[in-house]
Design a protein around this ligand. Sequence first.
Ligand code: ADP
Ligand code: F6P
Length: 334
Amino acid sequence: MYTIPTFSVTQKPRAIAVLTSGGDSPGMNPAIRGVVRAALNQDIRVVGIHRGYSGLITGDFEEMNSASVTNIVQRGGTLLKSDRCLAFKDAKVRQRGAQILQENTIDALVVIGGDGSLTGAHLLCRESGIPVVGLPGTIDNDIFGSDDTIGFDTAVNTALDAIDKIRDTALSHESLFLVEVMGRNSGFIATHVGIACGAEMIVVPEYEVEVDAICFQLANNRRTGQGSSGIIVVAEGPEPGLTYSLAHQLEANGQIAKVCILGHIQRGGSPSGHDRVLASCLGASAVDYLCAGYSDIMIGVQNGAICDTPLKHVIANKKPLDPTLFQRALLLHK
Ligand code: ADP
Ligand code: F6P
């Protein structure tokens, strides 16, 4: 499934710590398991850090062994728990975290999280010199340097399962639904789910919402015998309330629309087979890269190959939504 790089071991850490940070995602547990099992196979001590950077700066640690990660590959969420620790934006707080790692003879850190977590990882590494490797753990799939992120496939399938059910009642009552999916700043979930569920329209933060175009498309659907029921998939966007606002604008144009907010259901559930394989491979590769002397990188997948991208590039760039894919989605419902 993936081309996995191999390396010779140049500097084996005495101990590797691993944490999950930011919005959790299905697949974080297989990633943790990959790190733990790969490190133990190299006789490297593994320390699990609870609650992301909050646990790092308070020394909330757990010695991990093979049994620690038994029977978790199929479980959603993260057994190490996650957190949003705003204090970590303070360099002095990061310095304290680095000091705690050194006091516990931890020579390297694996951070599993989204762009915010990877920013914290880069700063910690640059400021302390402690080798850090990041893994893209977010359902949003909006991480530069990787075609995929841990949790994206599961979230798409979770949303798709819900929308297929909504489609049943939309058809029964010939009604229009605006279904909101997650993605504050990116439309990857909305675009993939929109294509997969045959949505009439897709609304993403990357492109301006055109209510007139939506009304025209819906009227056209009615004219061409596609009926008046339909699903419009809406990415939540940066401001709350977008989908209800869109429903009100459609109503002002004579188009009644029901709203369904999928919300945090997309963040849970048993990780898909795809996410389990992706997360396990990335987790194990994190150990390989660290033992080969790599640091301040994110390990992702590009064109089917596991590869590394400097964290400074990951956090400095926004991953673009492929316009062709988005246009293809719209074309499929002309
Ligand atoms: P995600 O990692 O899912 O994007 P957040 O953006 O909430 O989630 O980031 C998670 C955590 O990463 C934050 O709570 C904070 O501890 C750390 N973090 C985020 N941005 C920064 C930053 N600019 N500097 C240092 N740490 C950061
Ligand atoms: O970053 C992942 C994500 O699920 C986004 O898609 C969503 O907008 C955000 O986290 C919600 O975060 P929280 O659950 O912390 O409010």
